[in-house]
Unconditional design. Structure first.
Length: 583
């Protein structure tokens, strides 16, 4: 596999598009969205559609300053195409996954050859979390793609200056890459916030420092790149500021800063949290990445320089999110790009016999993969024998979820058997130095393992974690009632299909948001009267029945309220009703 001609490259890309489409697009709507993030983001997009307001971000029909709008525009457009639902909410990330696979193949071909392109595409397609996130409704796949493209634009500009560009290079082409990189960085900011600029910028700074600051002459280009990013994101932030004042930007930046300093929503963790997440979450690419991380054997200056960039990007991501107090799995997901690149590089050097598959590689694959298998089987045993640990659970809600969950059997262990077969075949092929076949089996088999695990477990996992509550919300959709969740959840908004308030109420959204932002960032749950617990539970003028979804331990206090009665109980959730006081 040398550098492909255009016809071969088109065939390869068509095949990769077909494979990734078959893996990412089907069954996106086969299971409900998960609280919190998936439902939160989908509800923002639903409210854009319901209100017809695509310029401002709302949750519970109140202004929401935690995220900018770009990803929600994608979801809202998908909802116009497919209708409001799970498939539409997850469809943008399936497209992001397909685009990423094609992009990595093309970049691999340019950096090395066709074989490298396939290795990189397969490493992404067949690693656990990169594959899984392409079937999710989270913001991060597009956010990371824009950041990576923003950094790549600057790298290509630097290569034009350093004379590392392949083929005819000119200053004009270099500036074009720089400006395009700035645009993508601005899109990253519009997707999730200023971290979209910060991570690539820190990587640029680290690269200059690694080169003993000999590239400080690139600072004018850095300013142009940054200015282009600001102009791009300013296409939305600017009109928002001009129309509604600076409060949104101020609250947005305050929230971003607070998120870095505190454990958001209780998501804490130890300093090495993301190292562990990436080792298991990017399996098996993470093991092959260690080969290229340990030693640079590439004879190509361009590929060797890109390796340096990717190592620095990986280190920056790990350092930043080790310092950030909130520890959430997807925070380090930008690292999937350097890890899969390094994995492709390790595989490429193994095939060229510039590296050898040492004993530790096989042991590492069996160690990490074996622990995944053991964890899966242990979890399966627990749900098959819930009483064995239920008595030791102090949380009555968790105990009820475990005891009343859907049945499992040892026949559900077949994804673990699939992964064991993949590990056995892959390590044997590596021992025989059949690197291409080993990569195809390991990454292709892991992709099938993820798919099989989703089909086998995800529906029942959703049923255990939230199923009864979701069914109650869905059954009440469109009814002239109020729905109130006693615990924090975005599900009532989306699955009850909470109707929009009057135009007069929406006209005061900015002033209410300014008042609430000075008091409590959680105003979105309780600002409207129909979501105010005090009014719903105690008002003597309740004009509709209110249905309350609570956890079992919350029920005794609720039953002391006049007019509240229990309606149903399932899986640790309890549905209660308070009848209207006057009709």
């Amino acid at each position: 596999m040398n550098n492909p001609n255009r016809h071969t490259q088109r065939l390869d890309q068509g095949l990769l598009l077909l494979i990734s489409g078959l893996l990412f697009l089907p069954f996106l709507g086969g299971v409900r969205l998960f609280d919190w993030d998936e439902i939160n983001f989908a509800e923002v997009a639903r409210e854009m559609v319901v209100l017809g307001d695509y310029l401002r971000v709302h949750i519970n029909f109140e202004l929401f300053w935690e995220k900018p709008p770009l990803f929600f525009w994608m979801q809202a457009g998908s909802m116009h195409l497919f209708g409001i639902g799970e498939y539409a909410a997850r469809f943008p990330n399936a497209i992001a996954g397909m685009v990423t696979v094609l992009l990595l193949y093309r970049l691999g071909c340019r950096l090395a050859d066709r074989r490298f392109g396939w290795f990189w595409a397969l490493a992404w397609l067949g690693s656990l979390l990169p594959h899984l996130y392409a079937k999710s409704g989270l913001i991060d796949p597009w956010f990371n793609l824009f950041m990576f493209l923003g950094l790549a634009g600057f790298i290509r500009y630097g290569w034009s200056v350093e004379g590392l560009m392949r083929g005819p290079a000119s200053s004009g082409r270099g500036w074009g890459y720089l400006l395009l990189g700035g645009v993508f960085t601005g899109l990253a900011i519009l997707t999730k916030g200023p971290v979209g600029w910060l991570l690539p910028a820190l990587t640029l700074g680290a690269y200059v420092a690694w080169g003993r600051f000999r590239l400080l002459r690139l600072w004018p280009a850095f300013l142009v790149w940054t200015l282009t990013a600001l102009v791009t994101c300013g296409l939305w932030f600017g009109p928002e500021w001009a129309r509604n004042g600076s409060w949104f930007t101020e609250e947005f930046l305050t929230y971003q800063w607070r998120l870095m300093q505190t454990e958001d929503a209780g998501h804490g963790g130890f300093p090495g949290y993301h190292v562990v997440v990436l080792l298991w979450g990017c399996f098996p690419a993470s093991l092959f990445a260690l080969l290229a991380l340990h030693r640079d054997t590439s004879p190509e200056r361009q590929r060797s320089d890109f390796r340096r960039w990717m190592i620095l990007l990986l280190l920056v991501v790990l350092l930043v999110f080790s310092l950030v107090q909130s520890k959430i799995v997807h925070y380090s997901s930008l690292a999937y790009y350097p890890l899969t690149f390094l994995a492709a590089m390790g595989l490429h050097e193994l095939h060229a016999q510039r590296l050898r598959a040492s004993v530790w590689l096989g042991r590492g694959l069996w160690g990490v993969g074996g622990m995944l298998v053991v964890g899966l089987l242990l979890g399966l045993w627990v749900v098959m024998h819930p009483q064995a640990i239920a008595d030791g659970l102090k949380d009555p809600f968790a105990r009820a979820q475990l005891l009343e969950g859907p049945p499992f059997g040892w026949g559900d262990a077949w994804p673990a058997g699939l992964l064991l077969a993949v590990l056995g075949g892959g390590t044997w092929l590596l021992h025989k130095r059949r690197v291409q076949a080993a990569a195809a089996l390991l990454f292709g088999g892991t992709a099938l393992f993820v798919q099989s695990a989703l089909f086998t477990y995800i529906v029942r996992a959703e049923e255990i974690s939230q199923g009864p509550a979701m069914r109650w919300y869905e059954s009440l959709a469109g009814e002239p009632v109020y729905v109130y969740s006693r615990f924090r959840s975005y599900a009532p908004f989306f699955y009850f299909e909470q109707p929009a308030p009057s135009a007069e109420y929406m006209a005061g959204a900015t002033e209410r948001a300014k008042q609430d932002s000075r008091r409590d960032a959680q105003h979105t749950f309780f600002r409207r009267q129909e979501n105010d617990p005090a009014w719903l539970l105690h008002s003597p003028e309740l004009d509709r029945d209110v249905y309350i979804v609570a956890k079992v331990q919350q029920v005794p206090d609720l039953l002391t309220i006049t007019g509240v009665q229990e309606m149903s109980r399932e899986g640790g959730f309890v549905l209660l009703r308070r009848r209207a006081v006057k009709n």
